[in-house]
Design a protein around this ligand. Structure first.
Ligand code: ZN
Length: 158
């Protein structure tokens, strides 16, 4: 028996420190929060995915009175992206959120487990790491890949 560790590399940056293309993606994710349909949680989430064909796809959480029928912003965006451009590979995803007062969350939020699993599938399809930018009003967390968000992931591709 031995001990081991999983270390997740995370860059912490202010918005102003991001490269222009990342700032644009963050802007789009923030903008997408306004298209959220969240009458129940009032927690508005937006996601923006940059594809390798140069297109950017956004999504926002869509709730339903039958709660499990709703979908998170990340899955709305990734399913829309792949349904629209099935040949394109994901490059980067940015996620933003506003709290119940309508203000951007101070600290970055992270995708739920189901979204991590869904995003991992598209990272696997891409054949390369897909960067993840988790945004907050004060700082951003930049992760090098989806799999860094989901250690011990369930996958048939390993
Ligand atoms: Zn989710």
């Amino acid at each position: 028996m031995k001990d081991t560790e999983i270390i997740i590399p995370v860059k912490v940056a202010a918005y102003e420190e991001l490269e222009a293309s990342d700032r644009r993606l963050v802007d789009l994710a923030r903008e997408a929060t306004h298209r959220s349909y969240a009458p129940y949680s009032r927690f508005r989430v937006g996601a923006a995915i940059l594809l390798d064909n140069g297109e950017t796809i956004t999504g926002a959480n869509q709730e339903n009175v039958a709660y499990p029928s709703g979908t998170c912003a990340e899955r709305t965006a990734c399913y829309y992206a792949h349904a629209t451009y099935p040949e394109a590979k994901f490059v980067t995803i940015a996620v933003a959120a506003r709290d119940t007062d309508g203000k951007e969350v101070a600290q970055p939020i992270a995708p739920c487990g189901a979204c991590r699993q869904a995003l991992l599938e598209y990272e696997t399809l891409a054949g390369h790491d897909v960067r993840v930018i988790l945004t907050g009003a004060k700082e951003m967390f930049i992760l090098p890949s989806v799999k860094s968000l989901l250690p011990f992931a369930f996958t048939e591709f390993d």
